[in-house]
Design a protein around this ligand. Structure first.
Ligand code: NAD
Length: 308
C-alpha cells in the first residue's frame, strides 16, 4: 500500500526521486525553498506544501535530499522543524551526501525525538535518479532498514545495508575517495603517455584489459572519443560535476581528520579537485581534471575529430 511521504529538497536529484515515488503509488508532499523546483514538482504529481513542516505533518516517512549537513540539521531542528512536527515513530531517511559526524548527529536527534532514522546517500547521479536506478548505501538498524528498503527500491536499483548510523555515509565517502584518486591516476597516465609519444588509443587498449582497468578508465574515460558515452566525449558536460567531487573529497578529509586515518593520496586528491572546482571545473565533469594536468605538463589536448 502506498505511504504518505514528505520529500524535502526537490533539486536535481530530489525532484526525479520524488517523481519515482509518485509513480510507485505513494502520496508525496514536497517542499523546496526554490519556486522553480516546486513548479517542476507539480508537473510530476507531487503535492506541493507551503513549508517543510506542512509537508511532514501526518507523513509516514520523511525524506531529505539537501545540499549539505547544515541544511539537514537545520531542517530537522527547531520549534517548527521536521522532528518536532512529525508524528512519533516517523521514519526519517536522509539521502543527502553529508559527513559521517553530521549523519550520526541527525540520527541521535531523530531518535531522541522518538523517531526512526537511516542515512541513505546515493550514487548514480541525475540519470540514476531519473531512471530509478540509484544505488543506496544505508546506515541504521536492521529493522528500520527493512521498512525503508521497499521505499528506496522505488527510487533505486541496488540497496545496500552498510551497518549502523553513519554507515551509509562512510561507504559513500570511501567509494568517492577511490573514484577521485583513480580519475587523477588515469588522467596522469594518459598525459604521461602523450609526453612519451604513446597514442591514447594504444594506452586505452592495453590498460582497459590489464591491471590498470577501473571505472574511471573504461566507463568515464577522461580522453574524448574512446568511450562514446563518457562525459569527455560530450565536451565534459557532467556526469558528475567537479564541484560535487570537491565536496565529497572535502567530506573524506573531514573523516580522515576525525579518525586519524592516513590517506596521502585522498588528501592530495581533495586539494587537486578543490582547485579544479574553484576554476573552470566547477560545472564540468570531474574527468575534465585531465585538462589541468595537460596544462601543467605543457601538452595540447588532442582534437576530438582526430580520435573519432
Ligand atoms: P540541488 O542543489 O540541485 O538540490 C538541493 C535542493 O535543496 C535545492 O533545490 C534547494 O533549493 C533545496 N534546499 C536547500 N535548503 C533547503 C531547505 N532548508 N528546505 C527545503 N529545500 C531546501 O542538489 P542535488 O544535485 O539535488 O544534490 C542533493 C544532494 O545529493 C547533495 O547532498 C549532493 O551532494 C547529493 N548527490 C548529488 C548527486 C548529483 O549528481 N547531483 C549525486 C549523488 C549525490
Amino acid at each position: 500500500m502506498g505511504k504518505k511521504i514528505a520529500f524535502i529538497g526537490l533539486g536535481h536529484m530530489g525532484g526525479p526521486m520524488a517523481a519515482n515515488l509518485v509513480k510507485a503509488g505513494h502520496r508525496v508532499s514536497g517542499f523546496d525553498l526554490a519556486p522553480e523546483a516546486l513548479d517542476q514538482a507539480r508537473t510530476q504529481g507531487i503535492e506541493v506544501s507551503e513549508s517543510a513542516a506542512a509537508a511532514a505533518a501526518g507523513a509516514d516517512v520523511v525524506i531529505t535530499m539537501l545540499p549539505a549537513g547544515r541544511h539537514v540539521l537545520g531542517a530537522y531542528q527547531g520549534e517548527n522543524g521536521l522532528l518536532a512536527v512529525a508524528a512519533p515513530g516517523t521514519l526519517f531517511l536522509d539521502c543527502s551526501t553529508i559527513s559521517v559526524e553530521d549523519a550520526r548527529a541527525a540520527h541521535e536527534l531523530a531518535t531522541a525525538a522518538g523517531h526512526r532514522s537511516l542515512d541513505a546517500p546515493v550514487s548514480g547521479g541525475v540519470t540514476g535518479a531519473t531512471d530509478g536506478t540509484l544505488t543506496f548505501m544505508a546506515g541504521g538498524s536492521a529493522e528500520d532498514f527493512a521498512d525503508a528498503e521497499p521505499i528506496l527500491a522505488s527510487m533505486g536499483g541496488r540497496i545496500v545495508h552498510c551497518g549502523g548510523p553513519g554507515g551509509g555515509q562512510a561507504a559513500k565517502v570511501c567509494n568517492n575517495m577511490i573514484l577521485g584518486v583513480s580519475m587523477i591516476a588515469v588522467s596522469e597516465a594518459f598525459v604521461l603517455g602523450e609526453k612519451l609519444g604513446l597514442s591514447n588509443e594504444a594506452l586505452f587498449d592495453v590498460a582497459s584489459a590489464a591491471s590498470g582497468q577501473c571505472w574511471a578508465l573504461t566507463t568515464n574515460c577522461p580522453v574524448p572519443g574512446l568511450v562514446p558515452t563518457s562525459p569527455a566525449t560530450r565536451n565534459y558536460e557532467p556526469g558528475f560535476a567537479g564541484a560535487l567531487m570537491a565536496k565529497d573529497l572535502g567530506l573524506a578529509v573531514q573523516a580522515l581528520e576525525s579518525t586519524g586515518a592516513q590517506a596521502r593520496l585522498g588528501s592530495l586528491a581533495e586539494e587537486i579537485y578543490r582547485n579544479f572546482a574553484g576554476g573552470a571545473g566547477s560545472g564540468q565533469d570531474f574527468s575534465g581534471i585531465i585538462n589541468d594536468i595537460r596544462a601543467a605538463s605543457d601538452v595540447e589536448a588532442p582534437a576530438v575529430e582526430a580520435l573519432a
